[in-house]
Design a protein around this ligand. Structure first.
Ligand code: SF4
Length: 568
């Protein structure tokens, strides 16, 4: 008898013992995996197997190594060598296993009755109900719409196809932390609706202003990994400016407390300092330079609460660095002067030549599908005007996280039918919906995410479905097939494998699934200053006096992000 066969029998014997003590029904569930030999070549009872997937707790797209024992995922770690997180994972990523096993996960489709109670129905009934309601709404001249959180990769392409074939309108994606001012600035200054990769690893002086780079800003895990590498290789100096207390601030070499809302004055002073010191690597056209606000050292000091000596010392040290890097975000861009903060930052990055090195647009994150709170306001207006028919809301909780002043919760009641694809029935958005559809966990699903240009992280099911759920991709594909009379067409796995064959080469697909990610070579293109739009954007800048009195900051949480991870 081979060793692995012997161990299977040992496993079966121990399961049989469990069966005797726990009752036949439960025991049957446990014994089946050992009676039917598993296909996995590396399976041994009680020994760990490893598979690769992606974390979907936030849009950062970290690669995940899943430790599996007896076909149950037991532990998550970062995928070693992954271009984003290289072996590391944040606490939400590690806790995302709790979402898989959470006892309150939705287990089957539920239809809401007139008295508010919920009745389980089958997926077939759910699909038919949606199709009937969509047809009814079209007959009334209403638009059926699809709203999701931030997507990328194959799922985003499928949403486009779904929208094209069914006539369902794809709304701008909803993310509370949409980095609206930063994106607007990069659009004005470089003509790109993207956020570049900040290569902290190559910097020798890092100045962060408000951006909580090791908590929730962009990809905190990647920032942490890069900070460690930069400290090992470059003797990095890191100064953080903030008006509040943050973990990021306390991790920096130097934390400078500035007055709330004064960030734009400090950065305008720094930009003037660069230009008057004649150290700019890239020039600004006179049409741009002429529109910059003149903020003197004394004014910046008065507004920020820093001394003039501190400001001069900071500016001189920053300019003396061989590879300085400036990152702003978080509280510095989400305040009345936030647009100016982002604009001055993009101009500093340009003038000091960071766009040729540490501010990397060849590895940027595409935000062109992501909306802002203005889009949520627009949606509320359309709902209140009775324009929206069926509202399909996938894996996002705008009612729970968008400001209550927008009135989305009440506006949603004006849609003719509301559907939520969600893992919990008790979210504020799900509570307003007529039909709740159980969302599969990422560890139960095929999929991919594209956290950065050229990087694809692949998701594969590492456990059989615990409940009668669907991933976003499966739901879209099945609904599209039924709506277009192509029911029973290809599965989502087949759809993905076709796309991956085209993207990675057919011979490489299984290898990519095994390693968990694919990285294409970067194709750096020249970054150019869009003089006209910058001048227009600068002409709109009117520096607000700053915030006065006591200021309350409502901050993203390292523990729950925008609230989506609070169940973990
Ligand atoms: S930053 Fe954390 S929550 Fe976000 S994808 Fe990475 S591990 Fe997951």
């Amino acid at each position: 008898m081979k060793r692995r066969d012997f161990l299977k029998f040992v496993g079966m014997a121990s399961s049989a013992a469990v069966l005797t003590s726990c009752g036949a029904e439960k025991g049957t569930e446990k014994i089946i995996p050992f009676l039917i030999p598993p296909e996995e070549e590396d399976y041994l009872p009680g020994e760990a197997m490893y598979r690769y997937s992606a974390c979907t707790e936030c849009p950062a797209g970290c690669g995940v190594e899943v430790k599996i024992v007896d076909f149950n995922p037991k532990k998550l770690e970062g995928t070693k060598g992954h271009p984003i997180n290289d072996g590391a994972l944040c606490l939400r990523g590690q806790a995302s296993l709790m979402r898989l096993y959470h006892p309150q996960r939705l287990k089957s489709p539920l239809k809401r009755n007139p008295d508010g109670s919920l009745t389980p129905i089958s997926w077939e009934e759910a699909y038919q109900l949606i199709l009937d309601k969509m047809q009814e709404a079209q007959g009334q001249g209403r638009r059926n719409v699809w709203l999701s959180g931030m997507t990328g990769g194959s799922l985003s392409a499928l949403i486009d196809e779904f929208s094209r074939k069914t006539g369902v309108e794809r709304l701008p994606e909803y993310e509370l932390y949409s980095q609206a001012n930063l994106r607007e600035a990069y659009k004005s200054v470089f003509g790109r609706d993207e956020i570049p990769a900040y290569t902290i690893e190559k910097a020798d002086f890092l100045l962060t202003c408000g951006a909580d780079i090791i908590e929730t800003f962009m990809n905190p895990v990647e920032s942490g990994v890069q900070l460690q590498k930069a400290r090992e290789h470059n003797e990095l100096k890191w100064v953080h400016l903030e008006p509040h207390a943050s973990l990021t601030g306390f991790k920096a070499d130097e934390r400078k407390v500035i007055k709330p809302g004064s960030e734009a004055y400090v950065l305008a002073f720094l930009l003037n300092f660069i230009l008057t010191s004649k150290v700019a690597k890239n020039d600004l056209p006179s049409s741009v330079e002429g529109r910059l606000p003149t903020v003197t050292e004394a004014e910046a000091a008065e507004k920020s609460g820093l001394s003039t000596e501190e400001l001069t010392h900071l500016a001189e040290a920053f300019l003396a660095a061989a590879n300085p890097l400036l990152i702003v975000g978080g509280v510095s861009t989400a305040q009345p002067n936030g647009a100016a903060v982002a604009l001055f930052t993009a101009l500093i990055q340009w003038t000091l030549g960071m766009t040729d090195s540490v501010v990397d647009f060849s590895r940027s994150r595409d935000y062109s599908r992501v909306g802002t709170l203005r889009d949520v306001q627009r949606l509320a207006g359309r709902l209140n005007n009775g324009e929206i028919g069926v509202m399909l809301i996938a894996n996002t909780d705008p009612v729970g996280t968008a400001p209550a002043s927008i009135g989305l919760k009440d506006a949603l009641r004006q849609a003719s039918f509301r559907v939520a694809l969600t893992d919990f029935a008790d979210t504020p958005t799900a509570r307003t919906c007529d039909l709740l559809l159980p969302l599969a966990h990422s560890l139960e699903s095929w999929g991919d995410v594209s956290p950065r240009k050229g990087v694809t992280t692949v998701l594969q099911p590492v456990i059989d479905r615990l409940y009668d759920s669907r991933s976003e991709g499966e739901f879209l594909l099945e609904l599209m097939q039924k709506a277009t009379g192509a029911a029973g067409g290809q599965s989502y796995e087949a759809y993905l494998r076709n796309r991956w064959s085209r993207a990675f080469g057919a011979a490489n697909v299984d290898k990519v699934i095994q390693t968990g990610y694919h990285e294409a070579p970067a194709s750096p293109g020249a970054v150019r200053l869009a003089s006209g739009p910058v001048a227009t954007a600068l002409s709109r800048v009117k520096l607000d006096a700053g915030l006065s009195g006591n200021v309350l900051y409502a901050l993203p949480s390292i523990r729950t992000y925008d609230g989506r991870s609070k169940a973990l």
